[in-house]
Design a protein around this ligand. Sequence first.
Ligand code: SF4
Length: 488
Amino acid sequence: MSKDSPPTAPVVGFVSLGCPKNLVDSEVMMGLVDRAGARLTSRPEEAEIIVVNTCSFIDAAKQESVDAILEMARLKSEGRARKLIVAGCLVERYRDEIRKWIPEVDAVVGTGELESILEAAGIEAPKTVSPFTILSGTPAGRAEGEQRERQGRFRRDAWEGAARELPAYLYDEQTPRVLSTPRASAYIKISEGCDHPCSFCVIPNLRGKFRSRRFESVVAEAEALVAKGVREITLIGQDTTCYGEDLGLKDGLAALLDRLAGIEQLRWLRFLYAYPNRITGRLLETMARHEKICRYLDLPLQHASSEVLKRMKRGGGSEIFLKTLEKVRAAVPGIALRTSFIAGFPGESLRDFELLEEFIAEAKFDWLGVFGYSDEEGSEAHGLEGKLPKRTIEARRRRMMKLQQEISRRAKQTWVGRELLVLVEGESEETPLLWEGRTEFHAPEIDGKLYINDFGERERLEAGRFYRAQITESHDYDVVARILAGPL
Ligand code: SF4
């Protein structure tokens, strides 16, 4: 097709960056263009319209997004693409600048205006579909969000060129979605936005106030996904443990898990991410009661020194956190715990840092991520005194990772000999001699790898099916397994 003749069914390629929440936004936009008759491609060089869905959580993510936009702009000037659209968090922050500095960009789509992807792409909406305004069914919000708004939590004054309106959009079960995850596995976004005041974080300014999907909407989506062959569902939100508070639900996440665990053909159900002081007895009891709910908890703690946590506006400290972890491990024996920390927050003294290291050594997380502090304009921490040099931040980050490497190596040694249920994902990207899979203790994409080097008597494995496997080797973060039985 020539660049001059307007196509009737344009080919659209998506590049999705950042977290699973952004991936779901990409899947919704893909669903919208697919329903409008466009063809989707996973190869941007084949696309006539390229959409880059960006992340701008921290500096490194922004840089990755800008690099991807520039790479796609190059494709546009050299290849067959005739339109470049930038979507996502970067747009919420630099809406005008993107157009100004990268003239190849034809349109921008913020996180709160996903349905405008059709207009941006110049694709006509199907006539049989109801207007998009009724898609979200977004509830009014909750008192905490209103109060934070009055306190200036969501202000974007420091961001010249950002849109004034906070995003309020949230998809629902009626919204078309094209899954980009392996067939057996899917994310469901159960809430959007965040009302917490964490002083380093600009996500609330980018994504808006906390709002939950309706309970029945999530259930309907989960049932539809399972009917299509999905066997693992991962519920996501900035803080899933707040789910339903704006709907007047008490222990909404526990109630939702309870209900979803009743879907017959669903095998695994998990949720990301939990806020430390919102882990209720009922939530843990629900996790323990259902075999389908993976024994896995991602609990971002950010730090362990109560002084630093106070400045982060999060509260808590190592003693409280250790008690929480003890409670979680007692209620759900064998649970895998993941957390993430920020190294080098403004004012982090050597003693604060050592406290954090002592905490890591004692808490013994199964999985751990460390971000070096990124000084984000528009965050409260941006105005704090005591910023540390970049090299100190990086040195502390590395020291923490080194410590965790040793903890993880020892923990993975105890896996050897264990028999576990494994969801086989397919051939390893590293070598066709190995396949990869995950146990209930590995969330999609994020944790260490499980390699399969022995298929038993089978010639091949089926991706997307469950097998019983035995762990035969362990490394720092990864393990190797052989298949014993299945597909199951
Ligand atoms: S809870 Fe998470 S998303 Fe919300 S403000 Fe804190 S760090 Fe940011």
